[in-house]
Design a binder for this molecule. Structure first.
Ligand code: NAG
Ligand code: NAG
Ligand code: NAG
Ligand code: NAG
Ligand code: NAG
Ligand code: NAG
Ligand code: NAG
Ligand code: NAG
Length: 731
């Protein structure tokens, strides 16, 4: 062997090894990559070059990528309504990038979760309510799972052409068609493949988006019910309004990348209001796509109405808490859905569940899941008392009603051949679920009675009935699942803002999700949000120039007062109270706010000038604009976090704008327990013109010996009562 050859061969081998290692490294690096969002603020006045090229260059400069690598990594460029991009990056690469001064924030894209007939009458908004002549000019943007365009709720009979300012499009994949009711529809799945369970189209295969769209702006459809339950007329809050669909949620959730893309299109297309029943948590407003998207929407005079989340009743669970968002909790309506069950001894219980079918009054043998373990299931057999799938014995359970010590979707009993199930719930049972077979969900004390009966009777029997709607005099109260405040990021801004119906709501559905039910009944803050969207759109149709804050203020200051008897978390559960659609049309005074007011608040919360300049796209500076604190943001509610057992004394400043009667005088009425002193200065406001503004201060003083002290300020001219809740809470 040539002695020179060896080193050559050797180095070649080394090189091969090194390349293999490198490839291995590249592959591991690829595994470590995940989608990141790079948010750069206001949209560029002019972009020199194509967006993708500009963003590729930024990646090259910041991380040292080759041109090829950088363009491989880019997923999407946002330039229509704000500026930024999405790219596949490792955490280390993202850190390098976040040092660049032309960026606001760099954050990993997360997957988010999705969080009615009678409901409008219950809210005091009858069919005969006044309608703005231009309601059909209002365009409601729904960011959700898509829509089922063939539903009667979206028929366009009687609708003229879309408003001429509309710039949206209709993506017609998979036989999807728009009409003069659904005037725009887009779908987003910018990263990864669309799974077989989903449809690459704005068409809704889930049902959620069809449901929320029909609650906000569905047509009047008479004689709808869920298999005869809760029959009536289905209608949206603004039945003549147009709908634009932005589908971002799929069977695996809703990604931040898609959410941001939907916001930028909705803003650019020209929607008047955005409804989003999706949530998540972020510790910085500019690392949250819903907060970012809704901020830029607000700059374009578009209000975003959002759901508070379904993680209650614990405190600090509220989502979508940016002060420019409208944040909606969920409450009950006066019609509750019950699924009665009857035992062989004649005892009857008013259980909960949405049963489309019952057992027709036939009595069936009753067996405890505990006494029917599946002996072929090994260790899992011991969980038969919970009726988990596969744990029950088919022979023992077949044709019987099975008692389960817990809540499941019913797949265990169904698989084992049961005809029905009685389930136990160990938390507050205030909404009804649908199950795979007839079910009655009972509270624990009733379950004990059923268990005793089953144990002491030689041939115990039971029957389960089809669900029925019954009157609920305790309504409305905020349901246990509705997320509660305080606001986890800005403790002195009250969230949620208000509450709206979100329990057992009947609305349009997707036949791909359930072909048997064109109208389905589901619960969630997801349902409360579009109710509020509908009311806000109605206020907007009468007052087309009002800012998002003005519309929010109208809704918040006119809400029905709620009681803390059942909702001990008080304002932290229901905000200002229950939405009142008619009163919201004449608020008298409004607490208005614009971009500059939110910027001042962000300055006081530690967001720095360089970041805020990118977001505003101007030369505003914290030093020159900010002297206030978050307490001075012109919010229509007052919240103060303080320490338990400590004396507090704090002043808020506010400005109200007259939108009621030109010559009017408002008097301040305050009410609070003796532990809270409220001093309003001045306490009389006289107006001589519409749009006139008057300022005042509110001083709160006291000793915090309760976790929540609730008070109220009402500005009254004898006609309008402009009501703001005041809450002092301890942490
Ligand atoms: C498209 O949808 C319409 C309405 O549902 C239906 O009648 C038609 O058969 C569909 N066509 C295709 C090709 O799926
Ligand atoms: C997406 O689909 C393509 C083509 O079918 C396939 O090569 C690729 O592996 C898929 N990607 C993922 C993440 O599943
Ligand atoms: C309402 O619908 C039910 C079932 O869908 C039907 O039997 C009934 O005739 C309808 N009533 C009216 C007034 O249309
Ligand atoms: C019982 O367990 C076996 C083994 O896991 C399973 O194949 C069977 O489906 C189970 N039976 C029922 C009714 O779930
Ligand atoms: C029924 O059985 C339970 C035990 O499951 C027992 O505590 C109870 O006293 C019995 N009641 C009657 C009326 O026999
Ligand atoms: C049923 O009752 C008997 C006596 O009445 C008792 O020994 C047994 O523990 C009870 N079983 C259950 C499941 O409660
Ligand atoms: C705000 O603060 C600056 C400097 O701290 C001061 O010069 C200015 O007068 C203040 N403005 C108001 C309105 O209080
Ligand atoms: C409002 O009051 C002013 C002065 O008090 C008066 O000049 C004006 O005519 C009044 N306007 C209306 C509409 O009553």
């Amino acid at each position: 062997m040539d002695r020179h050859l060896f080193p050559l061969l050797y180095s070649f081998l080394l090189l091969m090894l090194a390349m293999k290692a490198l490839r291995g490294h590249a592959e591991t690096a690829k595994l470590n990559q995940r989608p990141y969002i790079v948010y750069m603020g206001e949209k560029p006045r002019e972009l020199v070059g194509l967006p993708l090229l500009v963003h590729s260059e930024l990646l090259q400069k910041a991380i040292g990528f080759s041109n090829h690598e950088a363009s491989n990594r880019l997923i999407y460029s946002y330039t229509k309504s704000f500026h930024g991009f999405a790219a596949m990056l490792s955490d280390q690469e993202a850190r390098k990038l976040s040092g660049m001064e032309e960026l606001v924030s760099v954050f990993p894209s997360k997957q988010r979760k999705l969080h009615t007939t009678r409901s409008w009458d219950f809210m005091g908004f009858p069919l005969s309510a006044p309608r703005a002549p231009f309601e059909s000019d209002v365009i409601v943007g729904m960011i959700d799972t898509g829509i089922w365009p063939e539903s009667k709720s979206f028929d366009d009979a009687g609708f003229g052409l879309p408003p001429s300012r509309w710039k949206g499009i209709c993506q017609s994949n998979h036989n999807f068609t728009c009409n003069n009711k659904i005037i725009g529809a887009r779908y987003y799945h910018l990263q990864g493949n669309i799974s077989e369970m989903d449809i690459a189209s704005p068409r809704d295969s889930e049902g959620h988006g069809t449901h929320t769209s029909s609650i906000a702006a569905g047509n009047l459809v008479t004689n709808v019910s869920l298999a005869g339950i809760a029959g009536g007329t289905a209608r949206g809050g603004v039945p003549s309004a147009r709908i634009a669909i932005y589908k971002v949620c799929w069977s695996d959730g809703c990604s931040d990348i898609d959410l941001l893309a939907a916001f930028e299109d909705a803003i650019q297309d020209g929607v008047d209001i955005i409804s989003i029943s999706i949530g998540g948590y972020a510790n910085n407003y500019f690392k949250d796509p819903i907060a970012i998207g809704s901020f830029h929407a607000m700059k374009k005079n578009i209000l975003t109405s959002s759901s508070a989340g379904n993680d209650g009743p614990n405190k600090f669970t509220v989502e979508n808490y940016a002060p420019w968002l409208l944040t909606v909790a969920a409450s009950t309506i006066d019609r509750k859905i019950v699924a009665p069950t009857k035992l062989g001894n004649g005892e009857e219980f008013q259980g909960k569940a949405v049963n489309i079918d019952g057992l027709d009054g036939e009595m069936h043998p009753l067996i405890l899941g505990k006494n029917a373990p599946n002996n072929s299931a090994g260790d899992n057999a011991k969980y038969s008392r919970y009726c988990y799938e596969g744990t029950l014995d088919g022979e023992l359970v077949k044709g019987k009603v099975v008692l389960c010590d817990g809540l499941t979707d019913g797949s265990g009993p169904l698989l084992a051949g049961a005809v029905g199930a009685i389930m136990d719930i160990d938390w507050v049972n205030d909404d009804s679920f649908e199950f795979l077979l007839p079910v009655s969900v009972l509270e624990s004390q009733n379950i004990i009675q059923v268990r005793n009966y089953a144990n002491n009777t030689s041939n115990p029997t039971a029957s389960i009935y089809k669900s029925e709607a019954v009157f609920d005099a305790t309504a409305p109260y905020v349901v246990s699942f509705s997320s509660r405040g305080p606001n986890p990021l800005t403790p002195n801004i009250l969230k949620p803002d208000l509450t709206a119906p979100g329990v057992d709501i009947l609305a349009a559905w997707s036949p791909l999700s359930n072909p048997k039910v064109p109208y389905n009944m589901i619960s969630g803050t997801s349902m409360a949000c579009p109710h509020t969207t509908g009311v806000a759109a109605n206020v907007k149709s009468f007052n087309p120039t009002w800012s998002p804050a003005a519309i929010k203020s109208a809704l918040i200051t006119t809400a029905y007062v709620m009681s803390s008897t059942r909702n001990v978390e008080a304002e932290l559960a229901y905000g200002a109270g229950h939405i009142n659609p008619l009163a919201a049309l004449s608020p008298g005074l409004i607490y208005d706010a614009h971009e500059i007011d939110y910027i001042k608040m962000l300055c006081s919360e530690g967001y720095i000038t360089t970041i805020l300049r990118l977001v505003t796209g101007d030369q505003s500076s914290c030093a020159s604009t900010n002297n206030g604190t978050v307490l001075d943001l012109n919010y229509p509610t007052f919240a103060l976090q303080t320490k338990y057992g400590k004396y507090f004394s704090t002043s808020f400043r506010r400005t109200v704008t007259n939108v009621g009667v030109s010559n009017s005088t408002y008097y301040a009425i305050v009410n609070a327990p003796s532990s809270l002193k409220i001093n309003v200065k001045p306490n009389v406001l006289s107006f001589e013109a519409l749009s006139e503004k008057k300022s005042f201060s509110v001083k709160l003083e006291g000793d915090a010996y309760e976790t929540i002290i609730s008070g109220v300020l009402i500005w009254s001219d004898g006609i309008h009562n402009v009501r703001s809740p005041i809450i002092v809470y301890t942490s």
